[in-house]
Design a binder for this molecule. Structure first.
Ligand code: HPA
Length: 273
């Protein structure tokens, strides 16, 4: 059996020894949303360290566990803490948890993240509905022998972020009085923040926000046929766009400041989609 698929099966079996919970929707929490899972009706949690073969995150502020439970009666699995490419894992490990959630039964995926604003119309604290992405700056998570069990060799990526879900998210945001930007997310590897020249490149590519996660997970999920949506919290203007230097503290502070609204929106989205 293919090594990557074998690892997925080992992790899935390890999870299935602990729970038979079947989620409908999977949610990946970005910076600032880390404690969202504490506010839901929790059925069970599984620490990543207790799953055989699972890549464990090293970033501070990211708890590493799956939380199983219900949000407004919808069975969900939540990734509290994601795996980033800059931590040194191969891309197939970075997307392993996403694929696992799909293999547990989740048909829909909600991605969240903190991102730098590339579009001059954005300001820190804005939310951006992801309409599309650019992964040119990272290796594809689908490189290597195709996992035929999950999807086809050359998957279509013409609508990674479901139009159906996007329409619902816009309606839910409007109902909550939360304004939403819409734009293209560019994933780069990090961990350094970008240079001003790289941000100009992102803008000329057609990017509106930049970050170090999400698009690879969206690709892996689409490959296996999950329906995907994503929302970024714009925590700062990207490099060269303001006088302040970038640091993780500012990113965290903005994410924390708007976390309440972000959580409200996510709850409405889970119930609505
Ligand atoms: N660049 C990359 N990733 C980020 C940023 C940024 O400016 N802000 C939050 N995550």
């Amino acid at each position: 059996m293919n090594e990557v698929y074998h690892k997925l099966k080992t992790c899935l079996e390890s999870i299935r020894q602990k729970t038979d919970f079947v989620p409908e929707t999977a949610l990946i929490l970005g910076s600032g949303l880390g404690d969202y899972a504490d506010g839901i009706q929790v059925e069970q949690t599984i620490d990543y360290t207790d799953i055989e073969g699972f890549p464990v995150s090293t970033v501070t502020g990211h708890k590493g566990r799956f939380v199983f439970g219900y949000v407004k009666d919808v069975p969900v699995v939540i990734m509290q803490g994601r795996v980033h490419f800059y931590e040194g894992y191969p891309m197939t490990d970075v997307v392993l948890p996403t694929r696992l959630m799909g293999m547990m039964g989740a048909k829909k995926l909600i991605l969240t993240n903190a991102a730098g604003g590339v579009n001059f119309d954005y300001k820190p604290g804005d939310f951006m509905l992801i309409t599309d992405h650019i992964t040119t700056g990272i290796p594809s998570p689908l490189i290597g022998a195709n996992l035929d069990e999950l999807g086809v060799r050359f998957p279509d990526m013409s609508e990674v972020y479901s139009r159906r879900m996007r329409d619902i998210i816009k309606t839910e945001a409007q109902k909550l009085g939360i304004s939403l930007q819409e734009g293209v997310y560019v994933q780069l590897t990090g961990p350094a923040y970008e240079t001003p020249a790289e941000i100009r490149m992102c803008r000329s590519w057609g990017g509106d926000a930049v970050g170090m996660s999400t698009a690879c997970e969206a690709m892996a999920a689409r490959h296996m046929g999950m329906e995907v949506c994503g929302i970024s919290c714009i925590t700062n203007l990207a490099a060269g766009m303001s006088k302040v230097q970038l640091d993780h503290k500012e990113v965290q502070e903005t994410a924390d400041r708007v976390a309440g609204q972000f959580k409200e929106l996510v709850t409405a989205v889970i119930a609505g989609i």
